[in-house]
Write a protein that binds this ligand. Structure first.
Ligand code: N01
Length: 552
């Protein structure tokens, strides 16, 4: 269904539902489907005009998923996964959005989704054990459960650069790309940032623009995608036993089925090591980081992979000085999210592309006509901000969420997010997060993690209802322990060594805390299942009378 044929959104204004779901991306869509299956009345509020979440907003040129198409899709419906055909090894944004729209059509989800509606505030009423949810369209809805399906990378961020508003040309953010598309042909374009989004957009923009200037502060490691049309045999292999393959993927560290080499990078000969890296480089994709078991825990092992990629960059970029600026130094490979590209480094060989290193000479100002550093001004017609997101917490804390005693979530998380399993936070009964901080989320195949959380939540809600329980809430003790565990596991890795958005380091003033859980999707799943099987250990479950009826 195209956006133009969408039904008119009718605001609810007032009413009572069993559950409010915030966001109609893959998490919100599946949550709605599961809650309907339990017979609950649920409404989804979504800011956009259609479903798709990340894939609705991130329409920048070159946007593509770096998880293989056969794995980046729902697994809950055997019919759906058999019927759908992906055209490429790695799907581009328009195809993933079409898939989301297809699922919404197939499951008739849109009738319970209120589009173009932003949830502004939700507060817990201790007298009734209900959430009062308010939107920017004047809805005031009460709900037993409030489920935040707001995504981890959905709060786009513009840097605080002087003169931003003075620019007379066009400005764009990759995470809010205009739906009608942008014609950059013949234009002088600046791209600010060199993260995953920029690395995908730059080669495409370079082919359109008269001139492209890339402002790079931190170079990134990137692996070629080797994207190609879908191989029929490969698709057939997946579809011949999708259930079994999915079951294996769910227990992998990242929720992705790929060959993890159990050997240490330091236990093989240099020739064997090189051969492994070459094979993975030739195959393409993030599985490069699974070349050896210790790349993310041992700096010496990591250095071998980092140097391999730096050498590749030196080979791909003709100007040695430019190659050195593009070759990442000073942080371990993989500790900032590894990028996957199509001819990114080669793009810097083009005559119409200039790289500006702003590490030592930061962007001082945006002027009416361009971008200025202390080395001078670059005049441009358009600026593309590929400057990322207030990751993991931003989409949650920008809603005025109030728990017991009026406690605000933003206030509670002032020193960093605190959750139990990334699912709930103490003091906020019946407020659930899908792929929240403290869960594997962004370190995994998001759809695998989304399905795991949604299934766990649906089972939890069914458990509460079957027993006449009104609320579930994480205990402070369980939360303390989980936060300590998340940190302890992160500290066993090299991740904290990088100034990444995983650490909140891309936002001035944001606390430096490693936000996702790196213990692995499989181990995490087992933990969640065990906790539920034991009667929700670490949660306090209460009947309407407020009496505690289940173990902590
Ligand atoms: O954002 P980022 P993103 N002056 O935060 C730079 C997912 N994703 O949108 O590193 C100059 O990674 C900043 O520099 P620095 C994926 O998880 C997935 O690219 O802070 N530069 C950085 O280079 C990814 O990790 C896919 O020094 C400034 C860039 O802006 C996540 O989304 C595709 C600056 C921001 O990079 C976010 O990626 C796309 C300033 N003042 C995204 N401020 C796939 O599936 C910021 N920067 C493939």
């Amino acid at each position: 269904m195209s956006e133009t044929t969408l039904p008119e959104t009718t605001p609810l204004k007032t009413g009572k539902v069993d559950a409010v779901i915030v966001g109609a991306g893959f998490a919100g869509m599946y949550m709605l489907h599961r809650l309907r299956g339990l017979g609950l009345a649920a409404v989804v509020f979504e800011q956009g005009t259609d479903v798709g979440g990340t894939w609705y907003w991130n329409r920048y040129p070159g946007a593509r998923c770096d998880v293989e198409s056969m794995q980046y899709s729902y697994s809950f419906s055997p019919e759906l996964q058999q019927d759908w055909h992906w055209s490429e090894r790695f799907s581009a944004q328009p195809e993933i959005l079409r898939y989301a729209q297809h699922v919404a059509d197939r499951l008739e989800l849109r009738r319970d989704i209120r589009f173009e509606t932003k949830v502004t505030r939700a507060s817990f009423d201790e007298a009734t054990n209900l959430w009062a949810v308010e939107t920017d369209r004047g809805d005031q809805v009460t709900a037993r459960y409030c489920i935040m399906a707001t995504g981890c990378l959905s709060s786009a961020r513009l840097p605080d650069i002087a003169g931003l508003d003075s620019f007379q040309g066009a400005t764009y953010h990759t995470g809010h790309w205009p739906h009608e598309g942008v014609d950059l042909a013949g234009k002088r374009v600046a791209v600010i940032g060199t993260g995953s989004s920029a690395i995908q957009a730059i080669p495409v923009i370079a082919r359109q623009a008269a001139h492209l200037t890339v402002f790079q502060r931190t170079p990134n490691f990137s692996i070629p995608s080797r994207n190609a049309p879908m191989d029929a045999e490969y698709e057939g292999w997946w579809k011949s036993d999708y259930e079994a393959h999915r079951a294996k993927a769910r227990m992998m560290r990242t929720g992705i089925l790929y060959g993890l080499n159990e050997k240490s990078a330091l236990e093989v000969t240099p020739a064997e090591r090189l051969a492994e890296y070459e094979a993975r480089w030739a195959k393409g994709g993030t599985a490069f980081m699974a070349a050896f078991s210790d790349l993310i825990t041992n700096r010496e092992a990591n250095d071998t992979a980092a140097e391999f990629v730096r050498e590749k960059i030196r080979g791909l970029v003709k100007d040695p000085a430019v190659a050195e600026i593009l070759a990442p130094q000073g942080y371990p490979i993989g500790t900032k999210r590894i990028c996957v590209d199509t001819e990114y480094f080669e793009t810097f060989n083009r005559a119409n592309v200039t790289l500006v290193d702003v590490r030592d000479a930061p962007i001082e100002a945006i002027t009416p006509t361009g971008v200025r550093t202390r080395h001078g001004e670059t005049a441009v017609d358009a600026i593309v901000f590929a400057t990322g997101f207030d990751a993991m917490t931003g989409a949650l804390t920008r809603v005025d969420l109030r728990g017991r005693d009026g406690l605000g979530l933003a206030e509670k998380w002032a020193e960093g997010p605190r959750t139990y399993l990334g699912l709930m936070t103490a003091g906020f009964p019946n407020l659930f997060m899908i792929t929240g901080p403290g869960s594997p989320s962004v370190l995994s195949n998001m759809i695998v993690s989304i399905e795991q959380h949604v299934d766990w939540l649906a089972d939890c809600i069914a458990h509460l209802r079957a027993r006449g329980l009104e609320t579930i809430e994480a205990t402070r003790e369980a939360e303390e322990e989980w936060v300590a565990h998340v940190n302890e596991v992160a500290d066993r890795t090299l991740y904290p060594a990088a100034n990444s958005w995983y650490m909140g380091a891309n936002i001035p003033g944001k606390p430096r805390v490693f936000m996702p859980y790196i213990g692995g999707v499989g181990a995490y799943r087992e933990k969640c299942t065990e906790i539920a099987a034991q009667g929700y250990t670490g949660f306090r479950l209460k009947a309407g009378s407020q009496a505690a009826v289940a173990a902590e």
